[in-house]
Ligand binder design. Structure first.
Ligand code: GLN
Length: 189
């Protein structure tokens, strides 16, 4: 199985390493037609305004939507979560808008207010997930088809809607690959 990692900006290398560790081939995606060969796509953290602009400039935005409609699974971390959301509070920046969510950017505070937390997630067993939040967003509202998988400080930070998965934090910056394994399982289902 091949999984694409959007490699325009942000923390894409770490996602590739993590996929390799899970025994999956990772393909760095910089052009629209490269999406044809992958069963899933990871959108990394970074700057969602920049990534969104580059997606439009390089004509990848519509191609991702087209592949998503054909069944390609997508996992967005942090900026990736923002790009997946239908609504972004106080912003008209470009987005995919594939998840029925409303997200707030930089919602836990500034860079220096970045933090780590232990999340207890039913799907990942008893061992907590150590989550790294860097100028992270959270999901403020979610439609009925969105499954909330974890919260921190009373805010939604992991959610799934069908083939789309979003985390507000960066699992690729830790040694814990359970979320990547979960995404791989989502693709295989
Ligand atoms: N604050 C960034 C944004 O709004 C996201 C930060 C991140 O991906 N770590 O795009």
């Amino acid at each position: 199985m091949k999984i694409g990692v959007l490699a325009l900006q942000g923390a894409f290398r770490e996602h590739c390493w993590m996929l390799h560790e899970c025994g999956v081939e990772a393909v760095e995606i910089r052009k629209a037609d490269e999406l044809d060969e992958v069963a899933g796509l990871i959108i990394p953290g970074g700057e969602s305004t920049t990534i969104g602009k580059l997606l439009n400039d390089w004509a990848i935005m519509d191609k991702i939507k087209e592949r998503a409609a054909q069944g390609m699974a997508i996992y967005g971390t942090c900026a990736g979560m923002i790009l997946l959301s239908k609504n972004i509070v106080d912003s008209d920046q470009p987005r995919l808008g594939l998840m029925d969510t409303s997200v707030r950017r930089n919602a836990f505070g500034r860079q220096c207010e970045s933090f780590e937390a232990d999340l207890y997630v039913k799907e990942f067993g008893v061992e907590p997930v150590r989550a790294v939040f860097i100028r992270a967003p959270y999901i403020e509202e979610a439609g009925p088809e969105v499954k909330v998988m974890a919260e921190v400080k009373g805010k939604v930070v992991i959610a799934r809607q069908g083939r789309f998965l979003a985390t507000a934090f960066h699992p690729e910056l830790t040694r814990d690959n359970r979320i990547h394994k979960y995404f791989i399982k989502m693709i295989q289902e």
